[in-house]
Write a protein that binds this ligand. Structure first.
Ligand code: GLU
Length: 455
């Protein structure tokens, strides 16, 4: 492992909003940085100028901030084109990047021939054998070269040989891939633009990335990237590939699934820590519990607990975690937000209503129940009963004993008990059939509102 300070990166392409699966990658990197005292880079992989948009980059940074992720550095690959070009030139000079002229059709025909002969459909390095005259002739035909990276699996006779590239994956353990089973990857397209591989490795090296933690869809790229890190003078980072989330029906998540975008979850009123806890803990051997903050999540999170197969993501689980988070939320964590919603009542109000809400904003509904106006629900047959109850109201100050004292007196005076006693009172006082304990709500509602609602 490298001696350099731990540096991780989250590297989205700003071609859409991030979804909960992308948030998982970002959070896992963030927690790893927290645990190791390392740095977290946000790197926008925006080399695809057509599809990348600044507004998406801004939205991604906002979504991450909402989750509690504040990068130590934000980089854009588009601003580093010069560095990518310099690296490509170095590879050309050392014979590791070579020009190829095949069209996609030609490559496809060659692939089919190989398969028909029972050979692996690996690029035959024909481009490597082209002399300058042949290249000129091809270019005179109007062909432009694309550029392949020569993997380091030469056989002793100069042909295509085997070389196992192995790494100790932080999640998957020891992994090994034979470069001989892969085609030399195209790094530069005909139009001079780069595929993801080269800019990613160049930036990882130059930004000092020590740990590449990403989804397991990138496992197959890793051997190639390790070879490229080495060709460019490294150092090779440590890799970790986490499992990915699927929809409840087993489909992969994509940016098209707007409903699972971090932005949509925020707009739906979910707590960032409900989203973060689920995004991180699902598909691990740890219990999916709502953590109060990212530091608490960092304490328990361990990459070795991440399972090796994909995890189904059920949106209903966010609602459940959200409710559990609110039910346990201390007043100090809620106070400022309550004030922002114009809600008073202090700790007593919050502790009285929190078990009855599933989204934070619903606290405002209960504040309206306390302060009014409330449309009391009163059945005709309860009118006399409620009038008696009104007369028996004790004077303020009220406390947690008032409810028992008052309803005890009402029971004695009217002979009602159980539901017949309590439900008409609840309906009159709150306009609802259920809600927080009335013994706690009553002092908050107060004498004046109570008498009004009983009239
Ligand atoms: N931009 C790449 C992606 O979103 C980054 C992959 C990586 O982390 O290396 O797939």
């Amino acid at each position: 492992m490298s001696e350099a300070p731990v540096t991780v990166r989250f590297a989205p392409s700003p071609t859409g909003r991030i979804h909960i699966g992308n948030a998982r990658t970002a959070l896992i990197n963030w927690l790893f940085a927290r645990k190791t005292g390392g740095r977290f880079l946000l790197r926008f992989d925006d080399t695809d100028a057509e599809r990348s948009r600044e507004e998406y980059a801004e939205a991604i940074a906002r979504d991450l901030a909402w989750l509690g992720i504040v990068p130590d550095l934000v980089e854009r690959q588009s601003a580093r084109a010069e560095r990518h070009r310099a690296a490509a030139d170095r590879l050309r000079a050392s014979g590791r990047l070579y020009a190829c002229y095949e069209t996609p059709d030609e490559l496809e025909r060659r692939r089919k021939r190989q398969l028909a002969r029972g050979l692996p459909p690996v690029y035959d390095r024909a481009g490597l054998g082209l002399g300058d005259d042949e290249k000129r002739a091809l270019e005179a035909e109007g062909r432009r070269p694309h550029w392949r990276f020569r993997l380091s699996n030469d056989a002793p006779d100069g042909g295509i040989g085997h070389r196992d590239v192995a790494w100790d994956d932080l999640v998957l353990g020891r992994r090994s891939i034979d470069l001989g089973s892969l085609s030399d990857p195209v790094l530069v397209r005909e139009d001079g633009t780069y595929l993801y591989t080269l800019p990613s490795v160049v930036d990882d090296i130059e930004l000092g990335v020590t740990h590449v933690i990403r989804g397991d869809d990138h496992v197959a790229n890793t051997a190639v990237q390790i070879d490229l890190f080495e060709a460019l003078g490294g150092p090779v980072p440590v890799f970790g590939h986490h499992n990915r989330l699927t929809t409840a029906s087993g489909e992969g998540l994509s940016k098209r699934l707007g409903s699972l975008s971090v932005g949509a979850l925020r707009e739906a009123g979910y707590e960032p820590m409900a989203v973060a806890s689920l995004a991180v803990l699902i598909g691990t051997s740890d219990a999916v519990e709502p953590a109060p903050d990212l530091d608490a999540l960092a304490e328990t999170f361990d990459l070795s607990h991440v399972s090796h197969s994909s995890a189904r993501f059920d949106p209903d689980d966010i609602g459940l975690l959200n409710a559990r988070l609110l039910h346990a939320m201390p007043y100090e964590a809620a106070a400022e937000r309550l004030a922002g919603l114009g809600i008073g009542g202090g700790a007593e109000f919050w502790e009285t209503v929190r078990a009855n809400i599933t989204r934070f904003a619903e606290a405002a509904d209960w504040w309206r129940v306390v302060t009014g106006p409330v449309a009391p629900v009163v059945e005709a047959e309860d009118r006399a009963f409620l009038a008696t109850a009104r007369e028996l109201l004790p004077p303020e100050p009220w406390d947690a004993e008032t409810w028992a004292m008052w309803t005890g007196a009402v029971k004695a005076a009217t002979g009602r008990k159980g539901k017949a006693l309590f439900l008409p009172l609840r309906r009159a006082l709150t306009g609802r059939d259920d809600g927080p304990e009335l013994k706690r709500l009553l002092p908050l509602i107060g004498y004046r509102n109570t008498t009004d609602r009983l009239s």
